[in-house]
Design a protein around this ligand. Sequence first.
Ligand code: BGC
Length: 414
Amino acid sequence: MNISFPEGFLWGAALSSYQCEGGNLNTDWCAWEEKNNLEKAADACDHYHLFDQDFRSAKSLHLNSLRISFEWARINPQPGKFSKSAIEHYKEVIDSLLAYNLKPIVTLHHFTNPSWFMDQGGWLKASNIDYFSSYLKLVVETFKDKVDTWLILNEPLVYAYFGFIKGSWPPGIKSLSSAKKVVDNMLKAYTLGYDEIKSIYKNTQSQVNVSLAKNFRIFSACPDGLRLLNSFSSYLRNKIFNFDMINFLSKHKKLDFIGLNYYCREYTQFSGPLGKECQHHHQGRKNNFGSIVYPRGLYELLIKLKKYKLPIIITENGTTENQDYLYQEYLRRHLACLARAYQAGVDIRGYFWWSLMDNFEWDKGFKQRFGLLEVDYKSFKRNKRDFALVYSSIADNNKVDLDPDDTSLDADPG
Ligand code: BGC
């Protein structure tokens, strides 16, 4: 049995500028690598120069869309100054996507910030929102005739968690109250940005779709120990990390669709109200990243998100493995769950694999490989992985085959 998707369904892959382009020296991440002696993004995949070739590969895989990001620090290298050459570069990037009939979806902030912005207090200071707003305005004005789908932010809660609670990402702060400030300011920047984009498109012929890429996880109570308290913590995590922001934005009508990033499941153990990630219990396989693979979670989330009555795009889903059959299995099982949710009436408009190519995985460096295209970091040669061909044929046929032996959608074993 198979499930077909309507014409225009987006089959894509996602990437971000800092992780792929290379040469983004004017950013907080670059300074952070230096300061902490981490593996450096440096030339990354040299996508800055090889974008056209990468887009051609995406086209040859029968993809019809790509989610990319613009590097704020490139476009806006100093406060109040915008770089003509950076804008010209991104014009070439967008034109190249359009020439290959790849619909561009553009993220404006994917974790990285200009160094000057951080020197002035970054997202901790409400008055700095204006800096982001003027970058957003310039970019959207420039590209309004060629881009109709914008993701203002990528995973603000992940950014705030690693940068301001765990302290393992720049600026390396460990303070709950700072994290809260950052989230509040990012949300403010998002809502202002949403209104700004809408007003920019008012005088154009095109309809614009605006959202953010929101991380979702399945939180389950660890079955060992204090089960009731574990359940309480996993309930809270689900509420705060998965749904509070979406509830807020949909209530205020600031979402045109839901951008869903989904990778895995996490078992929660009580250690105070919010609990912590349980390290010992796991049902199901862990991937190279140490994440618990749980395809059914995608189905569960999609069904839960149905109540918002908004279109949904899976803006990221992917894995990092040592063997190709594991990538294939991950892809097939998640797509089977997506297809079932679609069949159950969820308004799903697209699916984006993370990532088009192997790339710089933040503090984990280059070891984790998520790409449809394998990258040789010495020669910058790309090579299509076998599972990319499986994805290619699904995209080409615009349908997902359901394997009767696939147990992904069976009842959750807990
Ligand atoms: C982020 C990417 C990251 C990926 C894999 C996502 O949450 O948006 O930047 O590379 O996860 O860890």
